[in-house]
Design a protein around this ligand. Structure first.
Ligand SMILES: Cc1cc2nc3c(=O)[nH]c(=O)nc-3n(C[C@H](O)[C@H](O)[C@H](O)COP(=O)(O)OP(=O)(O)OC[C@H]3O[C@@H](n4cnc5c(N)ncnc54)[C@H](O)[C@@H]3O)c2cc1C
Length: 419
């Protein structure tokens, strides 16, 4: 088996991985390899044919593919070695990676590894929708890659399931391809994306059914009809020729699940500290695999911020942060949070590098108001009154290290407001 080595290996060439690669190169790390399983780097935006992407990163409005191309060429221009069509199949101790490439199985040993494998939507099988199994059932990602990359039309009158931001991305993809969705449904009482987004289906002539759930899909070869339970609890049939399952994101963490790294069951990603460091300190993680789901611009910024920690770790400057305090959380309202660990420096270790995450990022199970607090055995260390919305991030600033120096245990607590 061919074996090679590098200083930093980045797994995944989406916005977070490409921003990290560019920033490491800018910081003088000259042996960075980025491994991407697809034929081109760029991640999800490669097949998001619509705008707006790139305002924060390039100060102009770009389509997804143009944004992906610019990110990849910037990283390459700065010296990153982009290895496409290279899938990482295993991650091991001492920075050992196994790759599957067109030339066969390879081994790559890296001093530091950053996992940036993103997230994916929940497909039909995992949603347990009954009925038959005809053609024409896709996720938004699959639809976009068919429409924008392969120029194929999988259907002409599909149903869209979901009302997250990505569901509206599905609607725009359909419009681009001349596909006319028959309806958009969501089991919640209001759209999960911003309230104003509810206007878009109406403007495009698509029915929006809230408090409605998909019960069954019918059809022999192709989808012909679906059964929906509507807001009154009645069953109704809707003729259509396809179903788009949009959103309901999960972390793309199959590599982590099969590895020695500690997994955070709630987020689905690896447990990380405020630098994005995993339980094996040679490994870091960033982007949507840590917090399904955020925008490309957010993941890009996180990739750039994570570079400082990777750089410092290569130089041994994170060794002073050895006391790792776990943050515990027993609140049923909180779906997940990250980072799950805060690494504390020795009091006399001097200046330490800036962390990638200066706040806890928290997701709630429902639309709720209340007080969110990070506490130790002596009381609140950081707290905010918040109004949480399903699938939107809430940030709680991390306290200064001096305030944490005497803490023995940390807990994230949420007290809902009584109406
Ligand atoms: C269908 C869809 C539409 C979206 N639309 C928008 C939008 O319009 N605007 C927006 O801001 N955000 C959108 N998003 C959110 C999107 O996830 C982020 O924009 C952004 O792409 C996340 O960046 P990332 O670097 O974390 O991961 P990704 O962009 O997901 O990149 C991860 C990369 O890792 C690679 N990879 C995974 N596993 C391996 C492996 N084992 N070996 C090698 N490579 C691997 C993948 O091929 C991929 O290229 C959308 C998401 C989806 C799924």
């Amino acid at each position: 088996m061919k074996t090679s080595s590098c200083r930093v290996a980045i797994i995944g060439g989406g916005p977070s991985g490409l921003a990290l690669a560019a920033e490491l190169a800018r910081g003088g790390i000259d042996d960075v390899v980025l491994l991407e399983r697809e034929a081109n780097a760029g991640g999800i935006p490669r097949h998001c044919g619509h705008s707006p992407f790139g305002l924060r990163e390039f100060h102009r409005i770009l389509s997804g593919p143009e944004y992906a191309r610019r990110l990849a060429s910037r990283a390459q221009r700065l010296g990153t070695r982009l290895r496409t069509a290279a899938t990482v199949t295993e991650i091991g101790q001492q920075g050992n990676l196994t790759l599957s490439t067109v030339a066969g199985i390879e081994s790559l040993i890296a001093e530091k590894i950053v996992i940036c494998t993103g997230n994916r939507e929940t497909p039909r099988a995992a949603r347990l929708v009954s009925g038959s199994r005809p053609l024409g059932i896709v996720t938004t990602g699959a639809l976009q890659s068919m429409v924008y990359l392969k120029h194929r039309l999988p259907f002409t009158r599909p149903l869209i399931v979901g009302s997250e931001l990505v569901s509206f991305s599905a609607l725009l993809t359909c419009r681009h391809a001349g596909i006319k969705p028959v309806a958009m449904i969501d089991s919640h009482a209001r759209v999960i994306a911003w309230r104003g987004a509810a206007l878009l289906p109406r403007l495009l002539g698509t029915r929006l059914l809230l408090n409605a759930s998909l019960q069954a899909i019918h059809g022999e070869e192709r989808v012909t009809e679906v059964t929906i339970r509507d807001a009154r609890g009645d069953l109704m049939s809707l003729e259509c020729d396809g179903v788009i399952f949009s959103g309901n994101f999960v972390s793309e963490s199959s590599l982590v699940r099969a590895s020695h790294l500690e997994l955070d069951a709630a987020s689905g990603g690896p447990r990380v500290d405020q630098y994005g460091r995993c339980s094996d300190e040679d490994y870091f993680a960033c982007g949507n695999m840590l917090h399904p789901v955020d925008t490309a611009a957010w993941c890009w910024a996180e990739g750039a911020h994570t570079a400082a920690g990777v750089h410092a770790s290569l130089a041994g400057r994170l060794n002073a942060l050895q006391r790792r305090l776990q943050v515990n959380c027993g609140s049923p309202a909180i779906r997940y949070f990250m980072p799950q660990v805060i690494a504390l420096p020795h009091p006399d270790c001097g200046t330490i590098p800036p962390a990638a995450h200066d706040s806890l990022q928290v997701r709630f199970n429902d639309n709720l108001s209340g007080r969110l607090a990070l506490c130790d055995e002596n009381g609140e260390l950081s707290a905010r009154n918040i109004r949480a919305r399903r699938e939107r991030r809430v940030l709680l600033p991390l306290p200064a290290y001096e305030r944490l120096s005497r803490s023995q245990s940390l807990s994230l607590e949420f007290q809902p407001t009584q109406d």
